[in-house]
Design a protein around this ligand. Sequence first.
Ligand SMILES: Cc1cc2nc3c(=O)[nH]c(=O)nc-3n(C[C@H](O)[C@H](O)[C@H](O)COP(=O)(O)OP(=O)(O)OC[C@H]3O[C@@H](n4cnc5c(N)ncnc54)[C@H](O)[C@@H]3O)c2cc1C
Length: 414
Amino acid sequence: MANREIHVLVVGGSWAGVTAVNELLGLSHVAYSRLHVTLVEQRTHYFHRTGVIRGLVDQKYADKMFIPYQRLFMDGNKPSPHHRLVCAKLTHIYEHSIEVEGGERIFYDYLIIATGAAYTSLPVTQSIDEKECREKYQKMRNAIEAARSILFVGGGAVGVGMCCEIAEMHPKKLLMLAHARDRLLNEDLSDNFSNTAEVHMKKMGIDLILGETVLSASIHDDDDDHSTLTHDEWVVKPQIVHTKSGRRIPCDLVIWTTGARPITDFMNSLLPSNEKHPLVDVNSGQINVRPTLQLADLRYPYIFAVGDVNSLPFTEKYAPNAVLQAKHAVSNLRELMNESYDYRIKVSPTMAAEATASAQLAPYVGTRNTQVVVALGKSNEISSTILAKLSSWAGGSHRGRKYLLDKAEKMLNV
Ligand SMILES: Cc1cc2nc3c(=O)[nH]c(=O)nc-3n(C[C@H](O)[C@H](O)[C@H](O)COP(=O)(O)OP(=O)(O)OC[C@H]3O[C@@H](n4cnc5c(N)ncnc54)[C@H](O)[C@@H]3O)c2cc1C
């Protein structure tokens, strides 16, 4: 390995980013003493968004969802001198530096992008300040409490899970779930899986509206107020929601659980080798990666993208997969470091491609059989495989859903 300092920047401090940091810190303890690891995260704290559903109905759980990052970089009782957390929003990426809000530039040899995806329709996930985040969360809880009838739009795992948690907590509310497809959940899950969810939800008294596309804005149901409401407002007010086929659905609150969008606006400052092959996919908004999890553009072999932000299929958009990808990316990054290739000097696409080839990086194969568990309330769930069921039980699901909170605490050294 090169006898120079190597700076690795990781942007995004959640499943993918924190795992990458932990892996890199592990390397710095064994053989790479001149490795400097920096995590850039816009939030002042880790927010456990994987547990948003549970925290909506369980205040004690919600209080545990905010975890400080400080322990991540502790070396015994002292903060590590080589590694650091920069609490700032990434605004631009350049060839060997990034810029964060406020204008600070940070140099890097290697970059791992793990900025995930934004759910604008879940207001709590939009705040980066802990106080504001708690307030927004409380407002969401108040809205659920106040509404007598709620329409959920989107029958993926988040919509189904959230609807069931609320149905269990508030059995007297009228709950409806509209989904554009004729069956619940995503295509990667079997018909049997979605039928079981359907039967269970109906038993809970949830009104399923399948095969109906909800139009994006609903209209206040007041005589004197015909303004429209957007997805990201959890406003409790009698309103009428329209579907594409002309159906009108009256309710007090609409909760959209669709529309996750990868966070990649900072990519605009990085030039692709060829304008015909953009770094970010125009339709999905995801960062194009090759199987090694490096950017697809051969000019940037020293930049990786992992987790919800990259172009791997949606069967990969789960927390455990983000973890596996991050481990894989760091393992490949290690191979590049071993090649002693200094990308600061040689950045021609041909030379970069040659260096990557000689480092023999491994392709990420992912999980062929994703172990999906969808919670249907606190004590019920459906599992895609027997293995998923067993590991869910081993993880203590029968004691109340944790939504991986224990795993997040472990990852952050709590
Ligand atoms: C409501 C809900 C429930 C879910 N339930 C489950 C479940 O039960 N099981 C499961 O496996 N998966 C679940 N998921 C999916 C899972 O949460 C994601 O797959 C996982 O969080 C992806 O991790 P990530 O690290 O790629 O990105 P994210 O978790 O999205 O994290 C991205 C991080 O990057 C930071 N960031 C973003 N932009 C910037 C910037 N410009 N500058 C600095 N920092 C930035 C963000 O603040 C955030 O900390 C759920 C998702 C949601 C929304």
